[in-house]
Design a binder for this molecule. Structure first.
Ligand SMILES: Nc1ncnc2c1ncn2[C@@H]1O[C@H](COP(=O)(O)OP(=O)(O)OP(=O)(O)O)[C@@H](O)[C@H]1O
Ligand SMILES: [Mg+2]
Length: 259
């Protein structure tokens, strides 16, 4: 299921503004890759290009290639909707559908593609996805209650369950814990550790401890100044980035001297 992502010379634009420039990197299957860097350097912009969510913004476009197991996501005839099934995304704020039950939230993505799933199959998928998201035991007796009745950390795990229910190969997470308390954050980090046995995971985080706890590889992005494009400065094993980076800016950033 898990896939390799190769990005080649990617520039990312909002209209004429080049927000990210010249990114080349390879993300190996079954790894967790962290994107770090100061605010505005283009982490969210870049991560959204990995499942074609960037182009939903009017005037937004990319130059360059993103290959998933060798297939260019931006190739002619590629359906962005299918790309987004293959490459799921979890956002900063947990965003379950508030009026839908926990069960229907898990099935929401699947329903878009397959409205006539038999009840038993749907029940099995709900259980499997909630187990996968480490939420099953907490919600199994209230699957028909609204998703909005869960705690923030539970809601984020519900969103992860919804994402994995469609069987993606890659899961992108843009600051998935920034709205959560430390206990819920640890629950999500444990979950990421488990998910990486099956999925390729990319996570944006401002939390250096989190990047060093959960990721195998770290990509440090930086920006020279307002209006300038963000760039990938250094990409390496997480232990190297945090203990022995090659670039001074990386060292300054991970040691808290700026950002
Ligand atoms: N919808 C948009 N339209 C135009 N410019 C945008 C849009 N979204 C982001 N930008 C610009 O792109 C640049 C990169 O923003 P982005 O949100 O990717 O940064 P980030 O690294 O995720 O920052 P943060 O750490 O604060 O989340 C910024 O200059 C931002 O103002
Ligand atoms: Mg961001």
């Amino acid at each position: 299921m898990s896939k390799r992502i190769e990005v080649r010379d990617l520039d990312v634009y909002y209209g004429t503004f080049r927000a990210v420039e010249g990114v080349t990197l390879t993300i190996e299957p079954r790894t967790v890759t962290a994107f770090i860097g100061p605010s505005g350097c283009g982490k969210s912009t870049f991560i959204r290009t990995l499942n074609r969510m960037h182009e939903v913004i009017p005037g937004a476009r990319v130059d360059g290639e993103v290959l998933i197991d060798g297939n260019n996501l931006y190739g002619p005839g590629v359906d962005p909707v299918l790309v987004r099934r293959q490459v799921g995304m979890v956002f900063q704020r947990p965003n379950p559908f508030p009026t839908m039950s926990i069960r229907e939230n898990v099935l929401a993505g699947v329903r878009l593609n397959n409205t006539r799933m038999p009840k038993q199959e749907a029940d099995e998928l709900v259980e499997k996805s909630l187990m996968g998201a480490n939420l099953w035991n907490e919600v199994k007796d209230r699957l028909d209650k609204p998703g909005s009745g869960l705690s923030g950390g539970q809601q984020q795990r519900l969103c992860i369950a919804r994402t994995i229910a469609v069987s993606p190969e890659v899961i992108l997470m843009d600051e998935p814990c920034s709205a959560l308390d430390p206990i819920s954050t640890l629950a999500i980090e444990d979950l990421i550790e488990e998910l990486k046995t099956e999925y390729t995971i990319v996570i944006v985080t401002h939390n250096m401890q989190q990047a060093s706890r959960v990721s195998d590889k770290t990509a440090f992005f930086n920006i020279e100044g307002t209006g300038k494009p963000g760039k990938l400065i250094e990409y390496d094993d997480t232990t190297t980035i945090f203990s022995n980076p090659s670039v001074k800016a990386t060292e300054d950033y991970v040691s808290g001297k700026f950002g």
